[in-house]
Design a protein around this ligand. Structure first.
Ligand SMILES: O=P(O)(O)OC[C@H]1O[C@H](O[C@H]2O[C@H](CO)[C@@H](O)[C@H](O)[C@H]2O)[C@H](O)[C@@H](O)[C@@H]1O
Length: 268
């Protein structure tokens, strides 16, 4: 069936940019530690941020500590763990936590459960846990059953499925809320959001961005709430290059028009 969603257009103006990381800026790898964002892509993100008064953030399921490492040497605003952590443009960080009487038994039970499922890996992110079954797809059902058991036992938790992963995160936390929180403060406030993402966790972001009249962009195949589509991570990289170039040209043209106007006013 033909894809009804097209490649997003190029635009400039009052926009705030939000990018997911895994599967969007960086290709999916066998293990989370194998991932890196190419230097030229980071440099282009920094250029786009600069041209939009710093209104560009990474919105990821990864922790802020991981995002800092992957985005080095740039200090973009960040939302980590699907929005449970948020670092603003001034470096101020907010974090949602889980009470110890949830966190301790939860981690103990997850470690115990995973120890019986060879190849399944537990990624601990402070207030959330990812159960990775990419290396052991035969355990998918058991991983989902373990996650469901934990959500039933602890109503403070929500399940977040993703690419060969099921995560347990604090309930009420999602990428849409993180984007809305950024949009309440400078330099994001008063701008239309643009969000690019590839996975189920990003659908929460698309719903909010659509409601706010922004630009929602799904990466890769699959049903989505997004209004536009880019086929792959390398298509994201190309689009990023094109929109950064386009905005640079627009800004140069604007500066030239201003200079012409000023020299004309001086000559009258
Ligand atoms: O919101 P994202 O930036 O897309 O992060 C989502 C999760 O990404 C990581 O796991 C995924 O990527 C790994 C590396 O490509 C892959 O091996 C794994 O199967 C994927 O699920 C990360 O480890 C998680 O913490 C993020 O929530």
């Amino acid at each position: 069936m033909e894809d009804a969603l097209s490649v997003p257009p190029l635009f400039s103006g009052n926009f705030a940019f939000f990018f997911d990381l895994d599967g969007t800026l960086a290709g999916i790898k066998p293990h989370p530690d194998d991932v890196c964002v190419p230097d030229d892509v980071l440099a282009r993100l920094a250029l786009l941020a600069e041209m939009n008064d710093g209104a560009l953030a990474l919105i990821s399921g990864r922790s802020i500590a991981e995002l800092e490492r992957l985005a080095r040497p740039y200090n973009f605003p960040l939302a980590g763990v699907h929005g449970a952590e948020r670092r603003d443009i001034n470096g101020q960080t907010e974090r949602v936590t889980l009470p110890e009487n949830v966190l301790l038994p939860l981690e103990r039970e997850l470690r115990q459960g995973v120890s019986t499922l060879g190849g399944v890996e537990l990624e601990a992110k402070g207030m959330a846990f990812a159960l990775h079954y990419r290396q052991a797809p035969q355990h998918e059902d058991a991983v989902f059953a373990l996650a469901k058991k934990m959500v039933t036992r602890f109503p403070q938790l929500a399940m977040q499925p993703g690419k060969c992963v099921v995560e347990l995160k604090p309930s009420g936390i999602h990428k849409g809320a993180a984007i809305e929180a950024f949009l309440k403060t400078p330099p994001f406030s008063g701008r239309k959001p643009v969000f690019v993402g590839d996975d189920l966790t990003d659908e929460h972001g698309f719903i909010v961005v659509n409601r706010l009249g922004g630009v929602s962009i799904k990466v890769g195949a699959g049903a989505t709430q997004a209004k536009w589509r880019l086929g792959s991570v390398s298509d994201v990289h190309q689009w990023l290059e094109r929109i950064a170039d386009y905005q640079q040209q627009e800004q140069r043209a604007l500066t030239n028009r201003r200079d012409d106007y000023e020299s004309l006013s001086r000559s009258i």
